[in-house]
Design a protein. Structure first.
Lengths: 114, 115
């Protein structure tokens, strides 16, 4: 079974804090993704990575950065958290090459920025 | 501009009946479509997919239909069961061979199965 784990299920931070969200997958997947889910907006792609040390911007990268130092780990960084970054953050991974593009998701981190 | 649209935020269906969830897309480059199911406080889980070379894919109680000319797909669940109550996301991809791009998701439809 594919396992994607996220370091925290719930996180509360203050405005201006630096926030790290960690994601680890155990299936040797090349691709890893960070999404955020907001009511009425669905899932929106923040960043993705198709290899170690490689990263690509998604649809809403502003205010975020990422780090992929090891194949199994993909970190999302909020350099200076703001209240509009309060959201559910979902990490996903997928195999490359894949003719099915199926992504496996972690359980999510509910981040609240006060 | 929303490329994947799920126009029904919620849908209520009686247990045992058919649930039909709809999804429309605008990007003609999309060639692979997926449905994900999400329970509260959990990550989405893959349900079923369809390639643009097919018009139907079936897996147990779940069937996805694709109408390329109308840029429309639908997910049929029959019979509907209480455990099917969840948010369903339609997703699309323009890369069927590489997988390097993220999926484009719709906003989701909250399916409620009434006993």
């Amino acid at each position: 079974d594919v396992k994607v784990t996220q370091s925290s299920r719930y996180l509360v931070k203050r405005t201006g804090e630096k926030v790290f969200l960690e994601c680890v997958q155990d299936m040797d997947h090349e691709n890893m993704f960070w999404y955020r889910q907001d009511p009425g907006l669905g899932l929106r792609l923040i960043y993705f990575s198709y290899d170690v040390k490689m990263k690509e911007k998604g649809d809403i990268p502003e205010g975020y950065s990422v780090s992929r130092e090891k194949k199994e780990r993909f970190s999302l960084i909020l350099e200076s958290a703001s209240t509009n970054q309060t959201s559910m953050y979902l990490c996903a991974s997928s195999f490359l090459p894949s003719s099915y593009n199926e992504q496996f998701f972690g359980p999510g981190t509910r981040l609240t920025v006060l | 501009d929303q490329q994947v649209k799920q126009n029904s935020p919620s849908l209520s269906v009686q247990e045992g009946r058919i649930s039909i969830l709809n999804c429309d897309y605008t990007n003609s480059m999309f060639d692979y479509f997926l449905w994900y199911k999400k329970y509260p406080a959990e990550g989405p889980t893959f349900l079923i997919s369809i390639s643009s070379i097919k018009d139907k894919n079936e897996d147990g109680r779940f069937t996805v239909f694709l109408n390329k000319s109308a840029k429309h797909l639908s997910l049929h669940i029959v019979p509907s069961q209480p455990g099917d109550s969840a948010v369903y996301f339609c997703a699309a991809s323009a890369e069927s061979g590489g997988g390097a791009d993220g999926l484009t998701f719709g906003k989701g439809t909250h399916l409620i199965i009434q006993p």
